[in-house]
Design a binder for this molecule. Structure first.
Ligand code: IPE
Ligand code: IPE
Ligand code: MG
Length: 254
């Protein structure tokens, strides 16, 4: 068998600013525990979580990143009580309605990844509008993962490829990593170099399964509503100590 790479790492061409990073993805976890700790309902934790998300966008921009992805509702989160699901939908709607003018002004491109077909039509229209109105911005991209699941995304890609193959548009034997990347929700976005998860949990919960195949992971004990720029900087500092080998033998070897 010839030694042929299955896919290429890392994907993307972003230059990586002064931190050496271009794209950070965050699993924003711990809103419920934060609220419980304050004797408040879970909804209050989610509201504070939106404030932390605003701080994260600002910090990412100031730190010279070009892309930030925030995991805000997973395909598994439909399993929560109906009232909480409704609260989370409402928070996204309010966030877009309130923040869109400012994001537009500040040159932020907004993208939503995930399955939007099963969202409420009003929310679907709003996210499409946000993408359209900010589509001309190029300095910074905010990707919101909403009704997102890595497996769901890959299933949707598999279906599209199967349809194309059955229509004779592609040769199934020639399907490559790049064909898959073209069909992912993140098409055109460089892979994240760093994934941060707050709340102390050490799992990826179905986040960016393809894209984060070679990301570095930093798990922080802070609950998401308390996350601020100092935590962001701490995670980046930890990232900078890592030796990324991509299956090779590393810079320090030999
Ligand atoms: C993260 O906080 C927000 C979402 C998953 C939508 P959680 O709501 O998961 O908070 P915990 O994990 O219960 O503390
Ligand atoms: C992951 O958090 C999803 C989001 C942050 C949106 P969860 O709280 O849903 O994950 P689990 O249930 O702890 O794996
Ligand atoms: Mg959680």
């Amino acid at each position: 068998m010839t030694a042929k790479p299955v896919t290429h790492y890392p994907q993307g061409t972003a230059s990586g600013g002064r931190t050496g990073l271009s794209h950070v993805a965050i699993i924003m976890d711990g809103n419920g525990r934060w609220a419980a700790g304050q004797g408040l309902p879970r909804a209050a934790g989610h509201r504070q979580g939106v404030e932390a998300a605003r701080r994260a966008v600002e910090a990412a921009n100031e730190l010279g990143l070009t892309h930030l992805t925030l995991y805000s509702f997973s395909t598994e989160n439909w399993g929560r009580p109906a009232g909480e699901v409704r609260d989370l939908m409402t928070l996204l709607r309010k966030f877009i309605a309130q923040d869109l003018p400012r994001l537009k002004r500040e040159g932020v491109r907004v993208r939503i990844i995930g399955d939007r077909e099963s969202l409420d039509p009003e929310l679907r229209i709003l996210v499409t509008r946000a993408e359209k109105e900010t589509g001309g911005n190029h300095s910074f991209t905010l990707q919101i993962a909403f009704n997102y699941g890595g497996r769901d995304e890959i299933i949707r890609v598999a279906r599209s490829l199967a349809v194309k193959a059955s229509e004779g548009v592609i040769d199934p034997k020639k399907i490559a990593g790049s064909d898959i990347e073209q069909l992912l929700d993140t098409k055109g976005i460089p892979d994240p170099e760093l994934v941060i998860r707050t709340s102390g949990e050490k799992r990826i919960s179905n986040f960016l399964l393809w894209q984060a195949a070679y990301a570095e992971y930093v798990f922080l004990d802070v609950l998401w509503p308390d996350f601020d720029r100092s935590h962001f900087e701490k995670a980046i500092a930890e990232y900078q100590l890592r030796d990324r080998r991509f299956g090779g033998i590393g810079a320090g070897a030999g």
